[in-house]
Design a protein around this ligand. Structure first.
Ligand SMILES: Cc1cc2nc3c(=O)[nH]c(=O)nc-3n(C[C@H](O)[C@H](O)[C@H](O)COP(=O)(O)OP(=O)(O)OC[C@H]3O[C@@H](n4cnc5c(N)ncnc54)[C@H](O)[C@@H]3O)c2cc1C
Length: 502
């Protein structure tokens, strides 16, 4: 299926680049630092003459050769075809799909990741669920591909003779439960899902009780149950698999923090939203801070922002949301804290090994975690009661006051449970319409985004990685048309709403 680029409408109408022959190389540096909740410009790194730089590199090499005590050099490419900001599941999936198409020296890809332990990355704090039960076509299609990719991950992510990691996939379906109020929408969703190839059955309350006798069906009008392509898996394994394979295909990873961008005034390009004669100020380089505290630059042909819940901050560094016209609209992605509680339910009348991922109409969810009556559960808080995001501390009163009453109502065996542990992670939350933002920015021809997944990004990583590779290498989506998820909608204020958000 050949579709136009995601940013089609705005990009073609508003941003017509007209190449001219005179190039102006005047450069403006722009390094941002957070101060009192705002970004302020700080002194950019000193610009060094190229010959001076070569001299320094040679000097360093010699120092390294003769002084074994010398600190290691920052050994990474500073001129690349594609720079990916963020090496979580999304950045690593994109790197893999790009290099899988053009391996070895054909395409130089650098992933910039500030924390290789991934201690606050959404990827490793995720519940690892994959479901086809969405209300938007694109989301269903992405998950169908995600499930297919996971099934064949040992093959896709094999490195030489060593198969890709075991994904620890549990093929239990999701069970969506609707009250009278949500039954019609649930049915509509199921019709769409099955028309796209998902295997989702409808269950009346009586059928539901027969299948899962531990469920209280009193306030249930309808349920849908995924019988294929759904379940949960180990997010670490997927991240590790993508990263290992990407590195085997010569993708470089550097541990460094992106702290700003360098801009370059260009008179060889113009854009229709600028005044006559006003220069186009494009992004030229990424500014990074290495582990030694040094500031370096990375020059790129295309950069992709895949920085999860921190993508909004990166966009601000690129003046997005801080300028005029196309730059006046911010990237609506911010961290939202979500808790996951791990508990034991000793009641022998509770769910057994065939327990699905239950999504209650209150928004509460639970599923089995391992064997021996262990479960996990969670729920998003109401919009006006979002918890603080400074720390990843867990609020146990949320379980007691909100979550537990909901799961105990749905499954009376949960009246008696014991919390074993809990964790919190950040959703990469798109506060505009809770859906992915995929594709090029309408002002910057060389800056792409893959973020805003709002709690359903793990399962979409394979599809998004493939889609971004298609946009960059083919200039269009080849498999799943994701053009509705482009930047355009943010600029014209047109939401693409997913009804099944957890
Ligand atoms: C509790 C919880 C449960 C979830 N459950 C599910 C689920 O069941 N199913 C599902 O599909 N999804 C789920 N998700 C969502 C999913 O985890 C995310 O959508 C997905 O992991 C996003 O991946 P990412 O690579 O974009 O972000 P991340 O994993 O956060 O990776 C972004 C990376 O960018 C790096 N970075 C950020 N800023 C900079 C910078 N300035 N310089 C350099 N590097 C930087 C970070 O260190 C990070 O490693 C859940 C999320 C949470 C929190």
């Amino acid at each position: 299926m050949a579709m136009t680029l995601g940013f089609g409408l705005i990009r073609t109408k508003l941003t017509k680049f007209q190449p001219r022959f005179v190039r102006n190389f005047s450069t403006s540096n722009y390094l941002l630092k957070k101060k009192d909740d705002d970004y302020v410009e700080v002194q950019p790194p000193e610009r060094i003459h190229p010959m001076e730089r070569v001299k320094n590199i040679v000097k360093n090499d010699f120092k390294q050769m003769f002084d074994p005590e010398a600190p290691p050099l920052d050994d990474f490419s500073t001129h690349v075809d594609i720079a990916i900001i963020g090496g979580g599941v999304m950045g690593s999936a994109i790197a893999y799909f790009l290099k899988e198409r053009i391996p070895r020296a054909g395409l130089k890809v650098l992933v910039i990741e500030k924390d290789p332990s991934y201690s606050k990355s959404s990827t490793v704090l995720s519940a690892g669920g994959v479901r086809t039960q969405f209300s938007l076509k694109e989301n269903v299609e992405m998950s169908l591909f995600g499930a297919e990719f996971l099934r064949n991950a040992p093959k896709h992510l094999a490195v030489e003779d060593s198969p890709g990691p075991d994904m620890h996939f549990h093929p239990q379906g999701y069970l969506y439960i609707a009250s009278e109020a949500g039954a019609e929408q649930l049915h509509k969703n199921q019709i769409l899902q099955t028309s796209l190839g998902a295997k989702v059955e409808l269950l009346s309350p009586t059928k539901l009780k027969e299948r899962f006798p531990w469920i209280n069906t009193d306030d249930i009008a309808l349920a849908t149950h995924g019988i294929q392509h759904e379940g949960w898996f180990d997010p670490w394994s997927l991240l590790y698999g993508f990263k290992r394979k990407a590195m085997a295909l010569d993708v470089e990873y550097v541990q460094a923090e992106v702290v700003g961008f360098e801009f370059r005034s260009r008179t060889d390009l113009t854009i229709s939203t600028l005044e006559e004669g006003e220069p186009y100020e494009g992004i030229d380089k990424i500014l990074i801070k290495t582990t030694k505290g040094e500031l370096k630059t990375v020059k790129f042909a295309f950069a992709i922002v895949a920085a999860g819940h921190e993508s909004g901050k990166i966009a601000e560094m690129a003046r997005i949301g801080r300028g005029e016209q196309l730059l006046s609209v911010p990237l609506p992605v911010e961290p939202r804290k979500r808790y996951v509680y791990h508990y034991h339910a000793p009641d022998k009348d509770g769910p057994g090994l065939n327990c699905p991922m239950v999504i209650d109409h209150t928004g509460a969810y639970f599923r089995r975690e391992g064997l021996a009556n262990y479960f996990i559960c969670g729920q998003s808080p109401p919009n006006d009661e979002e918890p603080e995001t400074e720390t990843l501390d867990v609020d146990y009163s949320f379980f007691d006051n909100v979550l537990w009453p909901n799961i105990a109502n749905r499954c009376p065996a949960f009246n008696n449970v014991k919390i074993k542990s809990a964790w919190a992670g950040y959703y990469d939350y798109n506060y505009f319409d809770q859906n992915a933002i995929i594709g090029g920015h309408p002002f910057y021809y060389n800056l792409y985004f893959a973020c805003g997944f709002s709690g359903h990004g793990i399962q979409q990583a394979p599809a998004v990685g493939r889609a971004i590779a298609e946009m960059i290498l083919d200039g269009e989506f080849r498999n799943i048309d994701l053009s509705r998820f482009a930047w355009d909608r943010l600029i014209v204020g047109r939401k693409v709403v997913e009804k099944n958000i957890l």
